[in-house]
Write a protein that binds this ligand. Sequence first.
Ligand code: BGO
Length: 265
Amino acid sequence: MRIALAGNPNSGKTTLFNALTGSHQFVGNWPGVTVEKKEGQYKKDTSITITDLPGIYSLSPYTLEEVVSRKYLLNEKPEVIINIIDGVNLERNLYLTTQLLDLGIPVVVAVNRMDVVRNKGDVIDRSGLEKALGAPVVEISALKKENLDGLMEMAKKVHGTAAENHVYYDEHLEDAAKSIYDIAPSVGALDAKRFYALKLIEGDQKLELNLSADQEKQIAAVISELEEYYEDDGEGIMTEMRYNAIAGIVEGNYKQGKRGMSTSD
Ligand code: BGO
């Protein structure tokens, strides 16, 4: 089984990767770039390969790290994604999560730094978060090596399952995505169809979809209609949709304890 480990910088990705692989690690470079590529075998089951993706905030095509990560996720298609998120900074970390969920690959969300969350007296509604994301959520502490077996058991469990997990935005946006699949059935047939449709709406120029001029024109018309409705450009619409959805998810599922400290850093 091939697992990709994805998360924001400073989410604890290196700590988790080291805890899972121990000395079973190989370090090289991603093809053609000077970004370090770390791969390793799960030390308790060496048939599982874990690829540590560069730390990123989004699956945009702007930074080298983002380009490397999304190329790997779209072209090499790992069988499971473990998305490590910092439990102390849920709101910021979930921005990447919303995009990973669109790839059509089963995702397990590992909420890290639970030792800190607990010390603050804060509580995450794990099952509420699972419902909102449509993906299993496992609470861990990479530093204290807490619940890492549970995390890997969940990764095995979702392996081979159909990934329909994604965050629902609103009917206008969902309809626009569906229209794009109709205009370009080749996009609709892709596992990552939702990722591609939403990135088209976002105005992403680096999707390598080989659409015909006619398809591009029709898709542009769908996006224009959406832009007129929301009085914003596609990129602005998608960013706001994601942030609003995340704000609701955090609001409903993260309870600050009596110690009442802020959830931001
Ligand atoms: C330092 N709990 C706690 N409390 N800390 C954690 C956990 C956890 O579950 N997981 C990771 N950390 P990386 P990226 C540090 O290095 O794995 C800590 O970027 C320090 N260093 O120990 O590197 C982890 O790979 C001095 O902290 O993240 C590390 O994703 C003082 O989070 C940091 C304090 O982890 C980032 C912390 C010299």
